[in-house]
Design a protein around this ligand. Structure first.
Ligand code: M6R
Length: 599
């Protein structure tokens, strides 16, 4: 959840580290800090608040480490911000992850005279390294991490050594290699400004990085080689391009991101999706289990509706945080799909490990290329939505759904079933349809003006649009702090209806071409009878719906399988405009972080 970065090279490190921290601020943004080493002295600076508002002067030096924090242990204070020193202030570290046995380690270290300055779990790492330091930072870090339980991406510097030592277990560490120096970070976005040559550190590995060399060590401390990979990111992809917020930019990018998800995968009316799943396996496949968190979990529920309907295969969906602990009943004829935008979500990664431990075939649907889930899934589909910086997931969700449709189509194709040509045609037209929905943004802002000072809201949908209701409610609550609940529309009678009165906005997803149109109209009547205020996402040309709705947002007609994509766009825009009208920053909602790498 936190972002870590280090630079060592021939340039001044401060601007490089600060720029990297700005790029990674979406990982955590309650406080930040930087340590720079020059002339055998480490200077430390820490701040509470946002890096974008930083006005401090730079610190001279060509080696340093930085950190942007999402608090887990200890309040948001300067003393708890990283980097952390050892006792003597000779060693500084930054850490991303959670050290589970930190209380025990802290007690042990205190008994040996170590004085702690923060309430964090991370500080023990600096003191442990100090304990083992005998003039060799690599060995000291190696011994220290041997005692750590939990997850970590660590960078350490020592005032007399010209190197940064990195260690990884469960939290990402990537190294960017360049002629003017090397950068180590938890995120490619912080590196791409300098270089596109990347080395991914694997779990259990360490790296010793000097200005002109990178040495990787495995679990036994022996030198090993990791490949240098070229990333295809462009720095422009992680800039706002004139939009007020990343979230708005990412919503508006969807015609293009969806096009990219499909690129090269639909050819001459057939699907070209290399999932790695063999025909033999698919023929005997008994069941699909999809597991994920948050918005990706909502995409998983859409996936259940799609795969069951299109492929006639039973699908179960589980929260990754539940799946990993409940000893799931899965076997060799099942396929476990894990969905993750970041590819680093701790619970989703653990769910993947659980499935692999049980010998079950796995498939990852991931956005971030080279992320841990992408690398560890046996089979996979990249969604190619491009970097998603806004904490609220938007374009990744719609690309996840397209990927699930492509997967269902490719399973059918592999099993010799007729390809649904009409659906293929509709898929090709989706970017154009999304563009037309995006054009209604100004009208959606008018609805937001009615909505934004209400404290509660309900989102209701049926069938394949039930997860869209969940996603609409999640978007609203995470960026506008309005309490919102999503429900299957018929469930509303079994409790939530008690909340409905003239102060309750109720958002319905009610497409005319959907199977359940008539039923949802009855649910709308039930809300109207209790004076609820109805906002409807309806199909263009549906004049009838105006009679019962207080506000209507029209979306174009298309195949039912694609409606979750079309319907989600206005809900993303609605949440965005509400947050903006409330003067909130939707890119950095309070208490949240983009990549949830802790349990
Ligand atoms: O990176 P992932 O897709 O694994 O992330 C899962 C959730 O943490 C994420 O979707 C979260 O719910 C977002 N804030 C939703 O907007």
């Amino acid at each position: 959840m936190c972002g870590i970065i280090g630079y060592i090279g021939i340039e001044e490190c401060y601007p490089i580290i600060m720029d990297g921290l700005r790029k990674m601020e979406y990982r955590g943004y309650d406080s930040y800090g930087i340590a720079v080493c020059e002339n055998h002295k480490i200077e430390l600076r820490k701040h509470v608040g946002k890096i974008s508002e930083d006005g401090s002067k730079s610190i001279p030096g060509k080696m340093g480490i930085g950190h942007t924090r999402w608090a887990t242990h200890g309040n948001v204070t300067e003393k708890n911000a990283h980097p952390h020193f050892d006792n003597k202030k000779d060693i500084a570290i930054v850490h991303n992850g959670i050290i589970e046995n930190f209380s025990w380690l802290k007690k042990m270290l205190e008994k040996h005279g170590h004085k702690f300055r923060s309430d964090t779990d991370s500080e023990v790492i600096a003191h442990l390294i100090e304990t083992y330091y005998k003039g060799d930072l690599e060995k000291a870090v190696y011994k220290a991490v041997g005692l750590l339980e939990g997850t970590y991406g660590i960078l350490a510097i020592q005032m007399s050594e010209e190197k940064i030592v990195a260690a990884r277990n469960g939290s990402p560490v990537v190294i960017g290699v360049s002629e003017s120096g090397n950068i180590i970070a938890s995120d490619v976005s912080a590196i791409v400004q300098k270089t596109k040559d990347i080395i991914y550190l694997k779990d259990g590995q360490m790296a010793s990085v000097t200005k002109d060399n990178v040495r990787i060590m495995g679990r036994t401390f022996r030198k090993i080689e990791n490949e240098i990979e070229k990333i295809e990111w462009d720095i422009k992809e992680i800039e706002k391009k004139g939009f007020k917020h990343f979230m708005l930019k990412e919503i508006m990018e969807q015609p293009e991101s969806l096009q990219n998800t499909m690129l090269g995968r639909i050819k001459n009316d057939s699907i070209k999706l290399s999932t790695g799943l063999s025909k033999d396996f698919l023929q005997n496949m008994r069941r699909v289990v999809i597991t994920a968190c948050g918005t990706s979990w909502h995409a998983a529920i859409v996936g259940k509706y799609l795969i069951e309907k299109m492929c006639n295969i039973p699908v179960e969906v589980d929260y990754a945080s539940e799946f990993r602990y409940r000893d799931p009943l899965i076997g060799k004829d099942d396929l476990v799909i894990v969905i993750s935008q970041s590819g680093e979500t701790a619970d989703t990664l653990a769910a993947l490990h659980e499935a692999k431990k049980k010998g079950v075939k796995t498939l990852g649907i991931v956005n971030v290329v080279g992320s841990t889930i992408a690398r560890e899934s046996e089979n996979g589909i990249y969604i190619h939505a491009g970097p998603e910086i806004g904490v609220a997931s938007t374009k990744a969700f719609t690309s996840q759904i397209i990927s699930l449709i492509l997967l269902a189509l490719s399973i059918n194709q592999e099993l010799g079933k007729n390809v649904d040509e009409e659906l293929l045609k509709s898929l090709k037209s989706i970017p154009e349809k999304i563009s037309s929905v995006l054009e209604t943004s100004a009208g959606i802002r008018n609805v937001a003006e009615y909505f934004y000072n209400h404290p509660n809201a309900l989102y209701l949908g049926r069938g394949i649009n039930f997860p869209v209701a969940l996603e609409g409610a999640l978007k609203l609550k995470e960026i506008s702090y309005i309490h919102a609940e999503g429900y299957p529309a018929a469930e509303m009678k079994h409790g939530p209806i008690a909340l409905v009165d003239e102060k309750m906005p109720v958002v319905f997803i009610a497409n005319k071409n959907g199977e359940s149109y008539k039923k949802i109209m009855s649910n709308m009547q039930e809300i109207k009878a209790r004076n609820g205020v109805i906002i409807t996402i309806a199909t263009e040309g549906d004049e009838e719906i105006k009679k019962i709705s207080d506000h209507v947002i029209y979306v174009p007609k298309c195949r039912e399988e694609l409606m979750p994509i079309i319907n989600t766009i206005p809900l993303q825009l609605l949440a965005y405009h509400i947050a903006d009208l409330k003067g909130l920053d939707p890119d950095k909602p309070k208490n949240l972080a983009k990549s949830v790498t802790v349990e």
